[in-house]
Design a protein around this ligand. Structure first.
Ligand SMILES: Cc1cc2nc3c(=O)[nH]c(=O)nc-3n(C[C@H](O)[C@H](O)[C@H](O)COP(=O)(O)OP(=O)(O)OC[C@H]3O[C@@H](n4cnc5c(N)ncnc54)[C@H](O)[C@@H]3O)c2cc1C
Length: 372
């Protein structure tokens, strides 16, 4: 099959776009690197999350709202096509507050976000300690917990199942997924893009570069400067526990199989994927301050992943001016944005042009002005 379009990078971002393109009748080839790559898609927390996002960037708040509005339909269709349950729940989500100052500060941030959005009735509320106890009847809260913000539209899903489902659905729709197919070079001089994979060359009229932290090097070859930086996040996982947390929290969520995920750190340590005792101690201490009973739960895993961040942490969606037909999609929160990527973004890429309302996400916002 000669592909209509090649998507480079089969993490959650590339796979969601490939799925959306395949749904629109495109012959898609989805290429992935190898186990030596940084793979945020296999390290994340699984939140499908709105509250607290987009301060100073209303377009990002809007994008996240759009994606969350589509998530239910996206999940149902994907589950049907892939025969894989995503464990998606959207019953709201909590950001726990420890101390009175944290409660005030959280409320202030969410108010500013609400004013920035001006979108009618708030879809969040601050709940005090007794309100939180009612939301979490099986939990005895630690003495420092003053309450939480409760985002009505927040939820969570199983991120590994999401990734597997996207790959399966691309194949079910007639696309091809290849792993261990690292693209070493892109030649965009002719009518087609020519992608070098070892000794092999693959040609296609359009490409999408969605290779996470591998994006920067590839994008440069189609005339795009895409500044990226890694940020390490470490996560702990407990043994399976009886149902305790009916709602996910920003740093604490119970999965469908009973384990409790605790995370994640935000560490500026470059391309370093090590786990550390200091992070384990910090995460455990915070979790126990919220729910002291977690002190009795055995930890079964700790891992680290690298977030894919632009300088302002917001996504980059762009098409190359020098090499039309070459698109770039890179972001943090690829789980939350998966419905948008498979829907609106894939439709635009299939049509050959990104809509004006995505212009705030062009990478030119990072261009340094030339000195006069
Ligand atoms: C600790 C942590 C917690 C997170 N929690 C959440 C959360 O709760 N909710 C949420 O929405 N998001 C979360 N995220 C973010 C989310 O994981 C990412 O946005 C998501 O994984 C998408 O990443 P990606 O597809 O861009 O990149 P990756 O998952 O890193 O995938 C990039 C892929 O590109 C491939 N590749 C690289 N170079 C090449 C090349 N030259 N040729 C071919 N293939 C190549 C790699 O092999 C890799 O598979 C979290 C991330 C981390 C690290």
């Amino acid at each position: 099959m000669r592909p209509d379009i090649v998507v480079i990078g089969a993490g959650t971002v590339g796979a969601a776009i490939a799925y959306g393109l395949a749904l629109r009748g495109e012959h898609v080839l989805l290429l992935d690197g190898d186990d030596g790559d940084f793979r945020a898609a296999r390290a994340n927390f699984g939140l499908v999350w709105l509250q607290g996002k987009g301060l100073g960037m209303p377009a990002y708040q809007g994008l996240t709202r759009r994606s969350i509005g589509m998530w239910r339909g996206f999940a149902e269709e994907l589950e049907g096509r892939s025969d894989t349950g995503l464990c998606y729940e959207q019953n709201g989500g909590l950001a726990f507050c420890l101390g009175a100052d944290a409660f005030e500060a959280r409320q202030a941030v969410l108010r500013r976000l609400h004013n920035q959005w001006d979108g009618g009735e708030p879809d969040w509320e601050m709940v005090d300690r007794s309100g939180l106890e009612r939301l979490l009847p099986k939990v005895t809260l630690g003495p420092d917990v003053t309450g939480a913000s409760f985002g009505h539209r927040d939820g969570h899903a199983n991120p590994l199942r999401l990734l597997a489902a996207l790959h399966a659905a691309v194949i079910q729709l007639g696309g091809l997924v290849r792993s261990n197919a690292r693209v070493n070079g892109i030649d965009g001089a002719g009518a087609d893009f020519r992608l070098a994979i070892g000794d092999e060359v693959i040609s296609a009229p359009r490409i999408v570069i969605a290779a996470g932290l591998g994006t920067q090097a590839l994008a440069r070859q189609v005339g795009l400067d895409v500044p990226l930086r890694p940020e390490r996040g470490q996560i702990l996982v407990t043994e399976r526990l009886d149902p305790l947390l009916p709602l996910p929290g920003g740093g604490l969520r119970q999965t469908a199989d009973g384990t409790v995920m605790i995370g994640a750190t935000n560490e500026d340590v470059g391309y370093n994927l090590s786990t550390t005792g200091a992070a384990a101690a910090h995460l455990s201490r915070t979790a126990i301050r919220i729910i002291p009973a977690l002190a009795g739960a055995g930890l079964v895993r700790q891992w680290a992943g690298l977030r894919v961040l632009t300088p302002d942490s917001y996504p980059i969606y762009t098409q190359s001016v020098s090499h039309p037909g070459a698109f770039v999609a890179v972001c943090h929160s690829g789980v939350t944005l998966a419905a948008f990527h498979a829907g609106v973004l894939a439709t635009a890429i299939a049509a050959g042009a990104l809509p004006d309302d995505l212009s705030p996400f062009h990478q030119s916002r990072f261009d340094v002005p030339q000195a006069a």
